[in-house]
Ligand binder design. Structure first.
Ligand code: FAD
Length: 470
């Protein structure tokens, strides 16, 4: 069937409000957030029910038409961008944004995949509950994208990755069948946990249409500490102390270097150096509890006092107001945007055993400098999860296309070192198109073989998000 006949069959079955076929209207859907990839598609389909998703996929399966699931398009690996085949269908869940139920006894929230994450967090807060998944893109990304990338974010140190927040899933499989796994059970040991295969699958095993998520008690009392550290080793000891003393109250432990602050201050208005002196690194710690700000504050001040005394940090400030909380967080959250504004750069979202972060940073730093004088290492991330964004910006004055020549070599330096320390080449962003080559280079061949077999079992005709992961 040619493209126009196939698009017509989509229109006939799903109606004009759900199917876009005009090239000018399709154009905005063809590239990724970072502008690294551009593909083609014959149609964008925007169903508003699970049955319509199933109808769309069944049509695609019969005609062997590739389907590219799309959430908020904030993914950083090109996973939601089609390849250059002209027959691709982009399947957007943006019209499926209902919250189906909230249960404050079972502490669950059931929502459709097109819900914006920030809206879900606010809906949970309205009933005095916390949906802990939180990331800087939360007012654009969608639940389906979060599940499909197994997103991390700033609260993983306390609540785990997205995978750990999911109790049940509803999805449409690559043959159009509906997977009815939308349970809210806390315990269910009946064979393989199939939903876990769909989580983190980047749209290669089916389209997630809804999920049941765990809710937690709302932590309205928050205290933030910004600590200056002389080295990653100091940050590590500070992390150990905080973990021992504050237990589960620690819900973020973020790290960034002085170079990150310099870049943020150069690109952003309204922020300033956090301490009188510039320090090699900074740690942002968030502690939260349900009740009693005074005792949380006393605990934090005691621990930080001890940290200063034991020289586990060089300086520290404890937030006194909401405004301070916000500006401390902005220093961390503006880093990605500042680096984007600075120009083309290389992102490496990697993870390591937490205790080896200092040694890793020292040795990879040396390797990079040896390879390329003047390269700017913009290192930040979710330190408490062992997750670093080991990003590189071009030397000052270097041309904008600097990484076209040097990028692959520098990335290999970083990733080789990650593997040497027993880490992972993708901590929370996934593989998409960006890391496909590195995935096949660094992942254990047995893992890849099993993944290929699983993919074939779900999707024998290879229609789901082709060219992603492997
Ligand atoms: C400023 C900024 C900060 C970020 N911070 C973080 C962070 O701290 N932690 C983190 O983990 N990520 C972070 N990200 C990356 C991104 O926000 C996450 O990967 C997010 O989970 C992607 O969601 P999305 O809805 O935008 O998905 P998209 O980009 O649209 O899609 C991502 C992948 O999921 C697939 N997909 C989307 N919806 C579905 C569905 N319903 N069914 C099946 N497959 C689907 C797509 O095909 C694609 O492969 C950040 C991004 C930005 C721009």
């Amino acid at each position: 069937m040619n493209n126009s006949a196939f698009s017509q069959s989509l229109l006939d079955k799903l109606g004009p409000e759900a199917v876009i076929t005009t090239p000018a209207d399709i154009a905005p859907w063809l590239s990724d957030f970072r502008g690294m990839y551009k593909g083609q598609a014959q149609a964008v389909v925007r169903p508003n029910t699970t049955d319509d998703v199933a109808t769309c996929i069944a049509l695609c399966a019969d005609a062997r038409v590739p389907v590219v699931p799309r959430g908020g398009n904030t993914g950083l690996c090109g996973g939601a961008t089609p390849d250059t085949r002209s027959d691709n269908v982009i399947l957007s869940l943006d019209r499926m944004h209902a919250i189906r139920s909230i249960d404050t006894i079972g502490n669950t929230l059931v929502a459709e995949a097109g819900c914006i994450l920030g809206n879900l967090r606010r809906a949970a807060a309205d009933v005095h509950r916390l949906l802990p998944l939180s990331l800087a893109a939360e007012d654009s990304c969608q639940l389906g994208g979060n599940l499909s990338t197994n997103a991390g974010g700033v609260n993983v140190v306390r609540y785990g990755m997205t995978r750990e927040l999911v109790l049940g899933l509803e999805a449409v499989l690559p043959n159009g069948e509906i997977f009815h796994g939308l349970h809210t059970l806390r315990k269910d040991n009946t064979g393989y946990d199939l939903k876990q295969l769909l989580i983190g699958a980047e749209g290669t095993l089916g389209v997630i249409t809804a999920a049941a998520l765990r809710l937690y008690s709302r932590n309205d009392v928050r205290v933030i500490v910004l600590a200056a550290v002389d080295s990653p080793q100091q940050a590590l000891h500070l992390f150990e102390l905080l973990f021992e003393r504050s237990g589960p109250r620690m819900q973020a432990f973020e790290f960034f270097t002085a170079e990150c602050v310099d870049m943020v201050l150069a690109q952003t208005d309204g922020l300033r150096q956090p301490f009188a002196d510039r320090h090699p690194g900074y740690v942002l710690i968030e502690l939260a509890d349900t009740v009693d700000e005074a005792s949380l504050r006393t605990l934090v001040e005691t621990v930080i006092g001890e940290a200063l005394e034991r020289e586990l940090c060089a300086d520290a400030a404890v937030s006194e107001s909401i405004a301070q909380v916000n500006s401390m967080w902005r220093l961390r959250e503006e880093i990605s945007e500042a680096q984007r504004a600075d120009g083309p750069h290389l992102k490496h979202d990697v993870s390591l055993p937490i205790a080896s972060i200092p040694a890793f940073m020292a040795s990879v730093g040396e390797r990079i400098v040896k390879q390329q004088e003047g390269i700017r290492q913009i290192v930040f991330g979710h330190f408490g999860d062992g997750n670093l964004h080991y990003n590189l910006s071009r030397p000052l004055g270097a041309p904008r296309d600097f990484f076209a020549e040097h990028g692959a070599r520098l990335t290999a330096e970083v990733l080789d070192e990650v593997m040497r320390y027993g880490g992972s080449i993708s901590a929370e962003h996934g593989i998409g198109q960006l890391k496909r080559e590195y995935f096949s280079r660094y992942k254990d061949p047995l893992d890849i073989r099993l993944m290929r077999e699983i993919r074939k079992c779900f999707d024998p005709h290879g229609i789901m998000n082709p060219g992603k992961i492997f």
